[in-house]
Design a protein around this ligand. Structure first.
Ligand SMILES: Cc1cc2nc3c(=O)[nH]c(=O)nc-3n(C[C@H](O)[C@H](O)[C@H](O)COP(=O)(O)OP(=O)(O)OC[C@H]3O[C@@H](n4cnc5c(N)ncnc54)[C@H](O)[C@@H]3O)c2cc1C
Length: 410
């Protein structure tokens, strides 16, 4: 199982998967046959996470081939991603709190707990399956959804380690490592997301869903919800679509959205002329304790280069690789190309967004306003991420119709 960080490779994986996205996916998706057999799931998440391919085009391609009835489960899974992103966008402090808890949680571990933590991330706890998934994660940058659930459950309820450290380990090594899907899934397993509802991994379920590859012993027999967390704030107002400014704009790409070509219509309609394209050369550090996995560093850097080069070709503008998202570097770059404003795809809550937020006041003060372009996909769905997934799920057919996607939506 390999992941090439280009849009072309993502499109190829999508084309290969589409025939299997119907009822076969619904029936087979929960089985984890290991890294050498992933035909029952799409493995598209590393590309979708960086929007090398967009959620919209994934769902469009699937609904070109299957009815919503047949591919409903797959479409719903893609919308889980959208839901988590929207949920966190409306409650950014949940991400901030999780991030802020990581270094103190590590510091607070006793010597015995620290040894357990180190064994857990090195795959040497002696727990069958768990150790294999720890090593698989580092080797491939990908785990099956169920392996993620079992791993998180064993981490929290059997090894009794802080959930934030497990979430951090995942984020540093998953090629699809995503602040929203990862943090909120760990919270869900811990019983913080759906209050009081935890996920307990059992030997029987692991044995069944791995087709007998693993049957660990000694797992926790109960999962008591983690309770030491501040209450979730009420949802903030969702972001709204803001038109880009007219005239000469510099287009800044970041690791959360690398398909700028599909923003061309928004830019053209507003009369914005892209005169320069840039992205950072490397992805943002995902963890306050550093130690980003080498596969993640490599995948993200290649993805950024791929997105930047495609955008430069599409807009007929020169491409630059920046040191990072810093106001001084952005000002120098935009001015060198005579741009009067900077536009960037909307960055959801996470490390890239934090850098953009830091830079934006200084950019505005220098007469280079920064505008984030929100996609219709997010603008229509996120306002509904106010409660649980099930009321959100009810809206999927209407969301597809609003965006003219699929047979019902045309
Ligand atoms: C503890 C834990 C941590 C996770 N961390 C991440 C993460 O950092 N990044 C991430 O993208 N997903 C995360 N997930 C969700 C899910 O495991 C992955 O999205 C999925 O396994 C990716 O594999 P796939 O592309 O083969 O999925 P498929 O089954 O083929 O699904 C298609 C697409 O739907 C989306 N999707 C599927 N399941 C989920 C889900 N449960 N939540 C959100 N989106 C979903 C993904 O974009 C995926 O590419 C996590 C789940 C758990 C339980």
């Amino acid at each position: 199982m390999t992941f090439d960080a280009t849009r072309a490779a993502g499109r190829e994986r999508l084309a290969d998967f589409v025939p299997r996205a119907g009822r076969a996916y619904a029936a087979e998706r929960n089985v984890d046959r290991g890294p050498n057999d992933r035909a029952n799931v799409s493995t598209l998440s590393p590309w979708v996470r960086h929007r090398l391919i967009t959620e919209r085009e994934v769902v469009e391609a699937v609904l070109e081939r299957h009815s919503l009835d047949a591919a409903g489960k797959f479409v719903q899974e893609v919308y889980w991603r959208t839901y988590w992103k929207g949920w966190l966008e409306l409650r950014p402090s949940v991400w901030a709190r999780c991030t802020a808890a990581i270094a103190p949680a590590l510091e607070a571990l006793s010597a015995a707990e620290l040894a357990t933590y180190e064994d857990a991330i090195a795959g040497r706890t002696g727990i069958e399956g768990f150790d294999d998934w720890a090593r698989e994660l580092v080797e491939y940058g990908y785990l099956h959804n169920h392996a993620r659930m079992w791993f998180a459950s064993i981490w929290i309820f059997t090894l009794r380690l802080p959930w934030q450290l497990g979430a951090d380990f995942f984020l540093r090594h998953l090629l699809d490592g995503d602040p929203a899907s990862n943090t909120l899934s760990w919270r869900w397993v811990a019983g913080l997301q759906t209050v009081g509802k935890t996920y307990l991994a059992t030997a029987q379920n692991i044995d069944f869903a791995t087709e007998g590859r693993f049957r660990p012993t000694g797992l926790a027999a109960e999962a008591v919800a983690v309770s030491d967390d501040a209450p979730v704030p009420p949802p903030a107002a969702p972001p709204v679509v803001v038109a880009p400014p007219r005239g000469r704009v510099a287009l800044l790409l970041h690791e959360d959205d690398l398909h700028a070509e599909s923003l061309a219509a928004q830019l053209e309609t507003a009369g914005a002329e892209v005169v320069a394209v840039a992205s950072p050369a490397a992805g943002e550090e995902r963890s306050p304790i550093g130690m980003r996995g080498p596969l993640v560093a490599e995948f993200t850097a290649h993805a950024l280069a791929d997105g930047r080069d495609r955008a430069a070709t599409a807009f007929g503008a020169p491409a630059s690789a920046l040191d990072g998202i810093r106001a001084s570097a952005l000002i120098e770059w935009a001015r060198a190309h005579g741009a009067t404003a900077i536009v960037t795809p909307h960055a959801p809550v996470g490390p890239a967004r934090a850098r953009l937020d830091e830079a934006s006041a200084e950019l505005a003060a220098e007469g280079l306003p920064l505008t984030m372009l929100l996609r219709e996909w997010d603008a229509t769905a996120w306002p509904h991420a106010t409660r649980g997934f099930f009321p959100f799920r009810e809206r999927i057919p209407a969301l597809l119709r609003t965006q003219r996607i699929g047979r019902d939506g045309r």
